[in-house]
Design a protein. Structure first.
Ligand SMILES: C[S@@+](CC[C@H](N)C(=O)[O-])C[C@H]1O[C@@H](n2cnc3c(N)ncnc32)[C@H](O)[C@@H]1O
Length: 207
């Protein structure tokens, strides 16, 4: 499926995610419920396993999750031995940032940085350990679990283009030369993702 073929839905709106996380923050505060695990525990385990093999903790790579939600994937990496200060999550919903920070405190992950950022428009805050200062292509590994899917359900522009059309260029802007992008999607097949991301314009290669 092409991103232009998908019908927009509420999952592609910030209002929806703001409502979801407002409720999830309340649930966490009242019941300790950490919220939904998108695509289930198995997908977290599979991604963590791949990262352990390809970007082991000893590399001290700078890792950024796009649309980190409640932070489950980054907490999986923390548990697998990654240093908290190398882990970063961005989300455009302030409730998601609040929720993930609260959960982080209960898991010894307060040094994971969670911040508010619209991936399609703004560059994530420059991580302290990255050099040289001021550049955007500092990340060794970019992660996405369900966020490209959500973005692809946003309202199309006048030419019928989905907001997701902007996404691949944002990845190549932020990745270090030789950096990796790992994505789990429920709306797109492997070959569709390959067609959208591994293009001459992005310079990304499929491996
Ligand atoms: C399906 S949820 C997945 C959350 C998380 N990755 C997980 O696996 O639990 C999609 C997330 O993407 C975030 N999101 C959607 N569009 C975004 C954008 N343009 N910039 C940053 N975050 C975005 C939403 O707020 C939501 O947290």
């Amino acid at each position: 499926m092409n991103t232009a073929d998908l019908q927009p839905s509420k999952l592609g709106t910030k209002e929806h995610w703001d409502e979801v996380y407002e409720q999830e923050v309340e649930n966490f505060e009242e019941l300790g419920d950490e919220g939904e695990i998108w695509f289930g525990e198995e997908s977290v385990d599979k991604m963590v396993e791949w990262i352990l093999e390809n970007v082991p903790p000893s590399k001290r790579a700078l890792i950024l999750e796009v649309g980190s939600g409640n932070g489950t994937l980054l907490f999986g990496l923390l548990e697998a031995g990654y240093q908290a200060s190398t882990l970063h999550g961005i989300d455009y919903s302030p409730g998601a940032v609040k929720l993930s920070k609260r959960i982080a405190e209960t898991k010894g992950g307060s040094e994971i940085s969670f911040s508010e950022c619209d991936f399609l428009q703004d560059d994530p805050a420059f991580p302290e350990s990255a050099t040289p200062e001021g550049t955007t292509d500092v990340w060794d590994l970019l992660l996405d679990k369900g966020t490209y899917d959500a973005i692809a359900l946003g309202e199309k522009d006048e030419e019928g283009r989905s907001p997701a059309a902007k996404y691949p260029a944002r990845v190549s802007r932020l990745l270090k030369p030789g950096g990796l992008f790992l994505i789990t999607s429920c709306n797109f097949t492997e070959s569709e993702l390959k067609t959208s991301f591994a293009t001459e314009a992005t310079g990304l290669r499929y491996q």
